[in-house]
Design a protein around this ligand. Sequence first.
Ligand code: ADP
Ligand code: F6P
Length: 320
Amino acid sequence: MIKKIGVLTSGGDAPGMNAAVRAVVRAAISKGMEVYGVRRGYNGLINGDIIKMDERSVTDIIHQGGTVLYTARCLEFKEPAGVAKAKEKCNELGIEGLVVIGGDGSFRGAADLSAMGVLCIGIPGTIDNDISCTDYTIGFDTAMNTAMELVDKLRDTSQSHDRISVVEVMGRGAGHIAVNTGIACGATDIITKEVPYDIDAIAKTMLEKKARGKQNFVVIVAEGIGHAQEIAKELEEKTGIEARATILGHVQRGGNPTVRDRVEATRMGYYAVELLEKGIGNRVVGIKDSKIVDYDILEALKMKKPYDEELHHIAEEIAF
Ligand code: ADP
Ligand code: F6P
């Protein structure tokens, strides 16, 4: 029976990470384990920035964005010497299991530490929803809702000026935030890396729509495409319609998590502790068809996530 576990958040923060930390801490305590909070990702494991958590340590955090454990990108942990230091620290404290809340990079680190004998369980936490083994990652819903609210506000001003609003949303290389936000905001066009696009064709269609009475346009651009400013400039030149670009940026990572993020984070956090309780490690937890699943970390990292092209095409077809 595992007696001591740790929990850390790593990579970009995401709303709902606190709900996952809370679930891990409370589930561990309820199952009779001691639990430690490792601060600032793998840095905390290497430097010993580790605090004992009790049931009150996670009071009043379920509704907060960000992560009370802080997060970081730790270059040292990418080297075998860094992993060895982390393993030593676990040995010193008697930490036998570790829950790692983060993205693919964090899971690679968890696989390395698992290979050294620490039972690691990954929980997908990133606003980008770009982790292949799971339908859902913690933070995705909140980030999209934030982006949607901001685009709604932009629409007011865009509409008042008869303009084109080009809005860049986050997602790193993936267009999942862009396509869903685009649908939710009734965007005229959605530009992501996953579906080929042609600015001339977009401009031509805008002019056709304008001729039929449409007066303002919202174009959602995925971060992976970049160049929101250039796209706005090109569209203005090609259509003669005034255009403005807005990069929503890090504001999409903040704010109180939605119901979905709190619930999924809690389910996955609880399940991660159940795996550790059974002495199981080197797994990533995910959600497939609404059910909790788990996979070998390296197998999970090899999977490919499809982009919802159907959603993208529906958006295009009905945007007139
Ligand atoms: P994410 O987990 O969101 O993908 P990163 O790619 O920044 O974010 O990874 C978070 C942290 O995970 C890194 O700072 C590093 O400590 C660790 N990490 C990333 N890639 C690897 C790797 N290939 N091997 C070991 N650890 C890694
Ligand atoms: O992975 C989450 C994310 O917000 C991406 O959407 C974005 O590309 C990246 O992190 C930004 O990272 P940073 O916080 O280092 O600027």
